[in-house]
Design a protein around this ligand. Structure first.
Ligand code: ATP
Length: 232
C-alpha cells in the first residue's frame, strides 16, 4: 500500500522535529534510518494518526491521514518503540483482549488470533504468561497484536535497546515474510539490517530527508563519500 508524504513538518517551538519532508513509499519492506532525534518517531506517529503535523499532507492507500484518520487506522497496525505488555496474561489472552478493543467479533477473533500466532511462530507458547517471554518473543507478540484486524500496512518503531543478533535476524526474516503481503515500514538504527532486508529506504537527519532510494544506492553513495552515513 503506497504512502505519499508531501512537505511534512512538525515543529515544537523552535525545534523542527520534521522540516519539509517529502517521500513516497511504494510498498514492500521500507526502512527508515537516522540517528537519535532525527524525527523517525515523529514521522511514524503522524502516519498512524497519533500526532497532527504542523503542515503538509500524508496519504496512505489514497486516504488522507489528517482528513480521515479512522479509515486509516482500520488499515494499519502499529508497534510503538515502547510496547506495553500485560505480563500476567498469556499471549492468547492478551491478543483476545486487544482483538476485543479492535472490535473484532468473537468467532472471527479466534480465527485471527490462531492465524497470527502461527504467523509469528508463537503457537506453542500461546498459553505461557507473557512475563516469562524472552525479548525476541515479546517483539514477535508485538507484531502479532498489530496484525489483528488484517492491516495492509505495518508500522514498526524498533526499540533501540537490543535483541541479541540471532533474535534480530529472526525478527527481520519475519518482517520480510510479512512484507510479501503487506507494506512494512521499519524504523531502525541498524544500517546493516535494512541493507539486507529492505527493498527501499530513507534516511532522516535533523528532521530533513537526507536520502531516499534502494539499499544499493545508499551503499554507492556512502562509498562515493558524497556524504557519510551517520547512523549508529
Ligand atoms: P529516536 O531514534 O531516539 O527515537 P527519532 O528519530 O525517533 O529518535 P523523534 O523522537 O521523532 O526522533 O524526535 C525528533 C526531535 O523532536 C528531537 O529533537 C526531539 O527532542 C524532538 N521532540 C519530539 N517530541 C517532542 C515533544 N513532544 N516536545 C518537544 N520536542 C519534541
Amino acid at each position: 500500500m503506497e504512502i505519499v508524504i508531501e512537505e511534512l513538518s512538525k515543529h515544537y517551538g523552535s525545534v523542527r522535529a520534521l522540516d519539509g519532508v517529502s517521500l513516497r513509499v511504494p510498498g514492500g519492506m521500507f526502512g527508515l534510518l537516522g540517528p537519535n532525534g532525527a524525527g523517525k518517531t515523529t514521522l511514524m506517529r503522524i502516519l498512524v494518526t497519533l500526532l497532527a503535523p504542523t503542515s503538509g499532507r500524508v496519504t496512505i492507500g489514497g486516504i488522507d491521514v489528517m482528513r480521515d484518520p479512522a479509515k486509516v487506522r482500520e488499515r494499519l497496525g502499529y508497534i510503538p518503540q515502547e510496547f506495553g505488555f500485560y505480563r500476567s496474561l498469556n499471549a492468547y489472552e492478551m491478543l483476545d483482549y486487544i482483538g476485543t478493543m479492535k472490535r473484532i467479533p468473537p468467532r472471527e477473533r479466534k480465527r485471527q488470533i490462531e492465524a497470527v500466532l502461527e504467523e509469528v511462530n508463537l503457537t506453542a507458547d500461546a498459553k505461557r504468561r507473557v512475563g516469562t517471554y524472552s525479548g525476541g518473543m515479546k517483539q514477535r507478540l508485538g507484531i502479532a497484536q498489530a496484525l489483528l484486524g488484517d492491516p495492509d500496512l505495518l508500522v514498526v518503531d524498533e526499540p533501540t535497546a537490543g535483541l541479541d543478533p540471532e533474535e534480530r535476524i529472526r525478527f527481520r526474516n519475519l518482517l520480510v515474510r510479512i512484507s510479501g503481503r503487506r507494506t512494512v515500514l521499519l524504523s531502525t538504527h541498524i544500517v546493516a539490517d535494512v541493507e539486507a532486508s529492505c527493498t527501499g529506504l530513507a534516511v532522516l537527519r535533523q528532521g530533513r530527508l537526507a536520502f531516499a532510494g534502494t539499499p544499493e544506492e545508499l551503499v554507492e553513495r556512502a562509498r562515493g563519500r558524497v556524504w557519510q552515513v551517520e547512523v549508529e
